[in-house]
Design a binder for this molecule. Structure first.
Ligand SMILES: *Cc1c(COP(=O)(O)O)cnc(C)c1O
Length: 378
């Protein structure tokens, strides 16, 4: 029996070489050559005006909340089916996360329910592109424009995905990427903030550099740097950026490898889906995803629990995902759910993520799928 873990952090083999290069250059703090390469890569690939590598997607979202001038009492609309960071970044500013239900097909925020959740206090909409599959951005941008709201994309899982030809993270006012070890491209812990409007760039650089204008100083635009506003330390070390660069330089190879795995799962499991035993992910027209995740949906919570145990006995790592934020203690304390929870809880209880990582072998995917077939058919 082969042991198949749920995740293996991406590694292309060039990481040590680039990290050694960073060490030899005697520049290991932030914003050295590797950070610049990563920023330029994101700008080129997404078309965003500015990309800034950060210490995490959580921190990129905190920066977006600061740049959006989110204040105590403001409301921010988001799905409840998401990672805690989506809400945390705004709760830290004193805002109230207002959760709306998701669509059962993509597990993304239901764009048709957003408008009803808007109040005089609403400041922003935060779409989360679950599994790297885009939210219905045309509708969301239209609602935001009509109500004067900002759009902050949680594109943590959306690197290399697009919506109607536009890169995720570069569609809203701000976009947030994650390079955590569980994501398609990684630096251990890390992320990036994408800024669409160049008018925000200088403020973002200041917030990221402890409230100083050090970025301007390093570019030679001023002859000494000073404390000019509030800020924090959101820039990662060059060592982490060097690790990430080893993947971004071959981003298409990683993308193709994951997509092969994703399609392999899909083709293999189609039979069970046609028989109505499980459900497979849905990719709406106009969305190009990045094979971040392969999930299936079981009938209900009990069946999923049994399937996880069944796969575990065969040394296959499968995991469920988010516990909806509105049912968590902090979610109840800081946020509220607007409207009915028709799908958030029910669908989250059925969803099961299968092993997915760069380098996953076809033979391993076959073993996972055969085990699932065995569970359902015998
Ligand atoms: C991973 C993830 C985050 C957090 O990313 P970090 O880089 O670990 O801070 C936020 N939102 C979503 C949807 C994620 O998947």
């Amino acid at each position: 029996m082969i042991k198949i873990p749920f995740n293996i952090p991406p590694c292309t083999g060039r990481e040590e070489h680039f990290i050694a290069e960073a060490i030899a250059s005697r520049k290991i703090c932030g914003d050295g050559q590797f950070t610049k390469k990563c920023n330029a890569w994101i700008e080129e690939r997404t078309g965003t005006a500015k990309a800034l590598l950060t210490t995490s997607c959580t921190h990129a979202t905190e920066m977006a909340a600061l740049l959006a001038d989110i204040r105590p009492g403001d409301e921010v609309i988001m799905p409840s089916y998401t990672f805690v960071s989506t809400a945390d970044a705004f709760v830290l500013r004193g805002a109230v996360p207002v959760f709306v239900d998701i669509r059962p097909d993509t597990m993304n925020i239901d764009e048709t329910l957003i408008e009803d959740a808007i109040t005089a206090k609403t400041k922003a909409i935060v779409p989360v592109h679950y599994a790297g599959v885009a939210c219905e951005m045309d509708t969301i941008l239209d609602i935001a424009a009509r109500h004067g709201l900002l759009v902050i994309e949680d594109a943590a899982q959306g690197v290399m995905s697009s919506y109607k030809g536009r890169a995720l993270g570069a569609i809203g006012d701000f976009g947030c990427f994650s390079f955590h070890e569980t994501k398609n491209y990684s630096m251990g812990e890390g992320g990036a903030l994408l800024i669409r409007d160049p008018a925000h760039i200088e403020a973002a650089e200041i917030i990221r550099e402890k409230g100083t204008n050090r970025s301007k100083f390093f570019r030679g635009q001023i002859d000494k740097y000073t404390w000019v506003n509030f800020g924090s330390s959101y820039l990662p070390s060059e060592l982490n950026a060097a690790y990430l660069w080893a993947q971004l330089e071959v981003a298409d190879t990683i993308y193709d490898d994951r997509m092969r795995s994703w399609n392999c799962y899909y083709d293999h499991l189609l039979r069970l889906a046609r028989e109505g035993r499980i459900e497979l992910p849905v990719i709406p027209a106009g969305c190009v995803h990045n094979a971040h995740m392969f999930y299936i949906k079981a009938k209900d919570l009990d069946e999923r629990t049994a399937l996880i145990a069944f796969l575990k006995k065969r040394e296959i790592g499968s995991v469920f995902h988010y516990i909806p934020l509105h049912s968590a203690p902090a979610g109840r304390k800081f946020g509220r759910f607007h409207g009915d929870d028709r799908y958030t809880t029910r669908e989250s209880e059925r969803l099961l993520r299968l092993p997915m990582y760069y380098g996953l072998k076809e033979q391993e995917i076959d073993a996972v799928c055969e085990a699932i077939e065995e569970f359902y058919l015998e």
